[in-house]
Write a protein that binds this ligand. Structure first.
Ligand code: B1M
Length: 222
């Protein structure tokens, strides 16, 4: 079995120690961190989601898989940070109220940080008031993540709360997460939507008016 297959299996089986060993092995073999992330960890988490949906595994198994993925990500982190990209700005990021999923949010924060942004990580289950407070404290961008169809609706509350606080003109709002779409982002009045962590970086650069190379993964109104 290849390192990627073994990394995949370790995450699906929730074996954190094995995931770390395979990540180390992959890096030692010269496999790019991006490939270990995309073709190993992300595919594994997708499979974990499918197994859960099919009733093959339950919440505790999802939790141990998440732990294994996080353990591997901690090793990949320094390799994923690209400090050559010049940009600036403060981004307050959090997973919305009622939602505890933080792997995607952490990945987005990591990529943004690696691109030169200052990150204020608000954590998970973040209430609208906390996003507003971060905007008032000087965040240029509020970035929200949601993984549940039942919590994505809380993004609208945040946009409205920022508006009611009179801060909407000076803070950009961007959204993402598995159930989010561009249509939904437009509907709630967000400034942009990104499908992946790397396109989130380009999106934030774009909404702040920083120069960005053309791409297809992030969209913001012109
Ligand atoms: Co949850 N869960 N979960 N879960 N979980 C999903 C999301 C689910 C799709 C599984 C399934 O049924 N197939 C399903 C949601 C169904 C729905 O709403 N339609 C689900 C469910 C139902 C639940 C519970 C309700 C289960 C229960 O209790 N009965 C419960 C809810 C708890 C809560 O939040 N209140 C629950 C709990 C959990 C765990 C705690 C066990 C664990 C999370 C651990 C953690 O995060 N620390 C967990 C996990 C691990 C998952 C799956 C398997 C994996 C999520 C993940 O980390 N993916 C997930 C199935 C799946 O996604 N296929 C599932 C990897 C991550 C890198 O991807 O987060 O999508 P993702 O992030 C991507 C993009 O979306 C984007 O960039 C990232 C990288 O490219 N992105 C952004 C994310 N945020 C962004 C913000 C941006 C831009 C881009 O801002 C600009």
């Amino acid at each position: 079995m290849s390192v990627l297959d073994q990394l995949h299996a370790a995450v699906v089986d929730g074996q954190a120690r094995e995931a770390v060993a395979q990540t180390e092995q992959g890096l030692a073999e010269g496999i790019p961190a991006e490939r270990l992330l995309e073709d190993g960890l992300m595919v594994a988490m997708k499979d974990v989601g499918r197994l859960f949906e099919e009733g093959e595994i339950f919440v505790p198994e999802m939790l141990v898989s998440a732990h294994a993925m996080k353990s591997s990500l901690a090793l990949l982190r320094p390799h994923l940070l690209d400090s050559n990209v010049a940009s600036s700005g403060r981004v307050a990021i959090g997973t919305v109220k009622g939602d505890l999923h933080d792997i995607g949010k952490n990945l987005v924060a990591m990529m943004l940080q690696g691109s030169g942004f200052e990150i204020v990580d608000l954590g998970v289950d973040v209430y609208p008031e906390k996003f507003v407070e971060a905007a008032r404290d000087g965040a240029d961008v509020v970035a929200m993540s949601a993984l549940l169809t039942t919590t994505m609706t809380n993004m609208r509350e945040v946009v409205d709360a920022i508006d009611s606080a009179g801060l909407r003109d000076r803070v950009r709002v961007v959204v993402g997460g598995a159930p989010i779409t561009q249509t939904y982002a437009d509907e709630i009045g967000a400034d942009g939507y990104a499908k992946t962590a790397s396109s989130a970086v380009r999106l934030v650069q774009r909404v702040l008016g920083l120069s960005v190379p053309a791409d297809g993964g992030a969209t913001a109104p012109a």
